[in-house]
Write a protein that binds this ligand. Sequence first.
Ligand code: SF4
Length: 473
Amino acid sequence: MESISVLDMFKIGVGPSSSHTLGPWKAAQTFLQAISKKTEQVKRIEVQLYGSLAKTGIGHGTDVAILMGLSGYDPETVDVDQIEKTVSHIRQKKQLQLAGEITIQFDPDAHLIFLKDEILPFHPNGLRFLCEFDDCSLQKETYFSVGGGFVVQEGEDDRSESEDVLLPYPINSAADISSYCNETGLPISGIVLENEKSWRSEQETRDAVMDIWNVMSNCIYRGCHTAETYLPGGLRVMRRAARLNNRYLPEQSYDNYQEWSEVIRKGGQDFSYIQNWVSCFALAVNEENASFGRIVTAPTNGAAGVIPAVLQYLVTFKNDYSQDVVFRFMCTSSEIGSIFKKRATISAAMGGCQAEIGVSSSMAAAGLTECLGGTVDQCLMAAEIAMEHHLGMTCDPIGGLVQIPCIERNAMGAIKAITACHLALQSEPKDAKVSLDGVVDTMWETAQNMNSKYKETSDGGLAVNIPISLSEC
Ligand code: SF4
């Protein structure tokens, strides 16, 4: 059974897409490792992109990710403000510093090949690295970006990097969670923590999860304070979070994230006020995501705003901030996401937007429910409700950019998660007609039946029905 750590589900990286940016970037890094013994003998590299990566790769920054990955940068640590400069330098000079070590000729227009009419059998997000060495020998490596920044090499199973760890509580379904929680008396986050101890100490896990939350909360804060400018890509989508922040907090002064959160908290508990802020938190994250900002996959980049928005809602409006609350929220939501990855998909190229925003909303609903005192069954019920009302949602980003409908869709996913949580908290799970496992299986069946034009190809839906002139996009 696949073992997925909370640190696999939440990866620190760069926007705008986990499958089209982070995954290809990691594939390039893996490719560099594969040729590391012969890096100095590399004569020529060509990268072929297939399927969804080819169709929406430009809008999703796949080209940028591969150039940065081949240049030896790590998405977790790269200075995101230097990405544009680095890439334009490569484009101008038509050469890159392979692994940061040797200069090779690389013209992105000629050596990054978008094969829009070809698809590799295993997954729609395929990419192939072809390398020629000085002695004319060739090496070919094929990878698949399977969603959420997870990458699989051709011939391998779709399993996480942590697969070889044996867990005390192996989980493949909501029924497994329920049974372990009943047996031990632990909440979902408690079971997750016991499993995480198989990878590292409890303190290391707690520290790593707090690092992840710090990236998320910084992202919210940055997005709420970045000047109103057009997002990159040519759609002329204006950033809104900073404008909303100014509107909601007129003439308020603060100097950092903590003070800002406190000012918001003091604004009260009016429904509209809270709803406005939840949407603003989500917009802020996804505007940063669309701008190649520092992002945490949750479980993907396109859906990166839902979980931070709901967690920020929790610590601002429902709970005194504590590291333990954040930790429990993240652990519980991670386990729900891993069930979707194991039994269905978290890749929009496989399942449409239900696999991204739907999964993130389901994850957030469960995390919030546990932290608001819900029972295990209420957490699972909240996760089920949130996904049930995202079933069938297509992925049809306009211009292939992770902007419309993606940015607002995160606000909707966050609000649905909160509604699902409160519905579950007021319900008797034993009376529910639909189980979480039933909805996961339904999501997967829906994914398999969904027309491929609605799976991150921009061949259908909003992407073709909203008229945008070529000069605009
Ligand atoms: S429509 Fe949904 S799945 Fe598609 S890119 Fe946007 S957020 Fe991701």
